[in-house]
Design a protein around this ligand. Structure first.
Ligand SMILES: Nc1ncnc2c1ncn2[C@@H]1O[C@H](COP(=O)(O)OP(=O)(O)OP(=O)(O)O)[C@@H](O)[C@H]1O
Ligand SMILES: [Mg+2]
Length: 286
């Protein structure tokens, strides 16, 4: 039984398409107020999982609970409390940005202000543009705006920032963080691991329909633990990378030796593994 603190609960979820078992017994739980990321290579089963939770696809077996409801029945009450950015969309084309937002706002009991959402998603200059004239990234911003217009408490974002320019991505991150500040729950998929690292409280890494690892970025060994990577260019200009759990001593020795030779250690850096490093290690083919 899901507690009131649980927004999403998934247990032994399976989804087959004919002979293909795309989701093979997935289990996870998302707390209210949490940003949870699903990561994994193309075809891992992320969209299948998310769209089952949204009520857009039927599961083959397993149990799922979304805000206490079974999304399979597409209950009205659930729809009003959930906002969705699909991986691919493309309805509305002749209407203007502000019109399409105002149109969808009326389906929700307590919608946000249209102009506020337009501003939040960086569409102010395109407010009166027909949606078919938007660029790819602008259309994606409109998708995000549509997910926010109903002021939902749970938001599904399937690759929400694909096609965004770097500044737009950063500002979308701000918007998504502001949702967490408001106590909303977010389920996010993304191939941008810096995005997941910047936003997600916890992530699950999925491959072949199974969860390979789950936890906060810190628990997955990102940016913490004992692993440090010291990189520099040697006298011949070749890149050298050394992993260590004691960078202070290593740097002392390296820089001492270099100074003794009267040299500079060029391109010197000390880094910790990023989520991308951990992800690539976990999902690498054996
Ligand atoms: N409607 C469908 N009919 C048949 N096979 C499907 C269908 N939808 C997805 N699949 C297959 O299920 C597997 C998982 O697809 P899914 O879209 O869930 O992956 P994903 O993790 O979202 O990938 P991506 O990162 O590319 O979006 C893939 O092998 C895909 O080809
Ligand atoms: Mg997908």
């Amino acid at each position: 039984m899901a507690s009131t603190e649980t927004a999403i609960e998934v247990s032994d979820l399976r989804k087959s398409y004919g002979d293909l078992e795309a989701v093979r017994g997935i289990e996870f739980r998302v707390q209210r107020g949490e940003i949870y990321g699903l990561l994994g290579p193309n075809g891992a089963g992320k969209t299948s999982t998310v769209e089952i939770l949204e009520g857009y696809r039927q599961r083959t077996s397993g149990t799922v609970s979304v805000l206490g409801f079974d999304p399979n029945q597409r209950p009205r009450e659930l729809r009003a409390r959930v906002g969705i950015v699909l991986q691919s969309s493309g309805i509305y084309s002749h209407v203007k940005v502000a019109e399409v937002l105002a149109h969808f706002a009326q389906f929700y009991p307590h919608p946000r202000d249209v102009n506020e959402v337009i501003q939040l998603t960086g569409l102010t200059e395109k407010r009166d543009e027909r949606t078919r004239h938007l660029s790819g990234g602008q259309r994606r911003r409109l998708d995000l705006a549509l997910a926010l217009i109903g002021d939902p408490e749970l938001i599904f974002l399937d690759e929400p920032t694909t096609g965004f320019d770097p500044a737009a991505r950063r500002s979308a991150w701000q918007t998504i963080r502001s949702l967490r500040d408001l106590g909303k729950t977010v389920l996010l998929t993304t191939h941008y691991l810096d995005e997941a690292q910047a936003l997600a409280d916890r992530v699950a890494i999925i491959k072949g329909g199974r969860i390979l690892a789950e936890g906060s970025p810190a628990e997955l060994g990102v940016g913490g633990g004992s692993r440090y990577r010291v990189a520099y260019a040697n006298g011949d200009g070749e890149a050298v990378v050394v992993e260590t759990d004691n960078p202070t001593t290593l740097l002392h020795e390296l820089t001492g030796a270099a100074l003794g030779r009267g040299e500079e250690l060029r391109s010197l850096s000390v880094t910790r593994p990023s989520l991308e490093d951990v992800y690539l290690e976990l999902t690498a083919d054996a």
